[in-house]
Design a protein. Structure first.
Length: 143
């Protein structure tokens, strides 16, 4: 399980340090793809395979299903952690998430997210203001 919030910086080559607590769950390789809310999602290979199977079940005849699957898989890339604990974030994913230097890596249960720091700060501030309302709506999900 991934949890916590970590501040990191991209180096000049577009490499990012993966938090040490996350590395032990990743076994060297994992998948990074475009996420929602203009961040990146990271999945251990086992979780990626589960998600891939679910997405294969979406009906090809539904336009939204095709669009989501296309968007999700076209941005996906397998990355490997180097000896310094870094990964190379491809330029297309850095552009999508508007990452230039400062980043935030968040643990979100079975996946983790990578955000541009400014984008995360804005999202967190906005979400914090409506957290009570969001929590009330979660009652519908038995939480």
């Amino acid at each position: 399980m991934f949890m916590g919030e970590y501040q990191h910086s991209l180096d000049a080559k577009g490499r990012l340090i993966v938090p040490a607590k996350f590395r032990e769950h990743l076994e060297g390789n994992f998948v990074i793809t475009r996420g929602l809310d203009q961040c990146l999602f990271g999945y251990p290979m086992e979780e990626w395979r589960k998600l891939e199977e679910k997405l294969k079940q979406l009906p090809l005849t539904k336009k939204d299903a095709r669009a989501f699957t296309r968007f999700f898989f076209s941005g996906a890339t397998e990355v490997e952690i180097d000896k310094q604990g870094r990964i190379m974030l491809p330029a297309n994913l850095r552009e999508y998430a508007k990452m230039e230097k400062e980043c935030v890596v968040l643990g979100v249960s079975s996946r983790f997210e990578i955000w541009a720091k400014d984008a995360w700060d804005g999202y967190a501030e906005e979400s914090e203001e409506s957290f009570n309302e969001i929590a009330e709506n979660m009652i519908d999900f038995n939480i």
